[in-house]
Design a protein around this ligand. Structure first.
Ligand SMILES: *Cc1c(COP(=O)(O)O)cnc(C)c1O
Length: 240
């Protein structure tokens, strides 16, 4: 999608979507006994043109997530990020990590020690630190990113030894299922891991962010304890 294909109507569409989503998040938070401000909305902005992303930021969106390093690198100079946090949520090859360090505040899709070691090496050179979420393959699906649940604790325990990174929570993309109870079962399992790990009080590990829920299921995710939802198509429109 080119930038010139965006006009006022597209922006009005984003306005409407944003308002509706924020209201639904507030309602879902209230129903879950959480404060609406405790749930963060991330705009999942893959394939979305910078003009549309910037418009969403101008009406209050304060967090975006990109999936591909190359796409982020291309769009980055045109993004107006003074009041918006930029994070990475896609499959991540170790050799591309170096392109992210000056652009993102948090990587949500960490699922192997090679990534941790490379991050630690690069961050040490820069003299900085980065927050990470560990992605969990909660449905144990082949061809999907994330640590297998039974390996999660061991992984967190090894990763936390690197002082240049800070483990800030968990992320998951559950299997696409039609039955709401099945879906919520995955979300509930994530919350259980989140609480279990927090309870271990491990040095350099804080379970601050539980990132789960997308356009079709963010209300269910909030009901199960998500405090960050990653919404793409419901906010920006269908992807091509
Ligand atoms: C694309 C994507 C989303 C958003 O998906 P929608 O269904 O469009 O809301 C969320 N999380 C990740 C990791 C994604 O890749």
């Amino acid at each position: 999608m080119t930038e010139s294909s965006f006009n006022r109507e597209d922006f009005a569409y984003i306005d409407e979507n944003y308002k509706r989503i924020k209201q639904q998040i507030a309602d879902a938070a209230k129903a879950a006994g959480a404060h609406e401000n405790s749930i963060r909305l991330m705009g999942a902005s893959k394939t979305v043109a910078p003009a549309a992303i910037n418009h969403a930021i101008s009406i209050g969106l304060n967090c975006i997530g990109e999936n591909r390093v190359q796409e982020l690198t291309e769009k980055y100079p045109r993004l107006e990020l003074e009041n918006c946090d930029c994070q990475f949520i896609g499959r991540l090859q170790t050799n591309k990590i170096k392109y992210l360090l000056d652009k993102v505040s948090q990587i949500q899709s960490i699922d192997n020690m090679g990534q941790i070691r490379e991050l630690a090496r690069l961050l040490e050179k820069r003299g900085s630190c980065m927050n990470l979420l560990i992605e969990v393959n909660i449905g144990k699906e082949e061809n999907k990113g994330g640590i297998m649940p039974e390996k999660l604790l061991e992984f967190v325990d090894e990763a936390r030894q690197y002082r240049q990174i800070h483990i800030n929570g968990l992320m998951a993309v559950p299997p696409a299922v039609d039955e709401i109870p099945t879906l919520m079962g995955y979300f509930e399992q994530m919350r259980k891991y989140f609480i279990d790990i927090e309870g271990k009080k491990m040095d350099n590990v804080d379970m601050n962010i539980l990132s789960m829920g997308m356009s079709g299921d963010y209300c269910e995710a909030i009901a199960c304890g998500a405090n960050m939802v990653r919404v793409g198509s419901a906010l920006f429109g269908k992807r091509n």
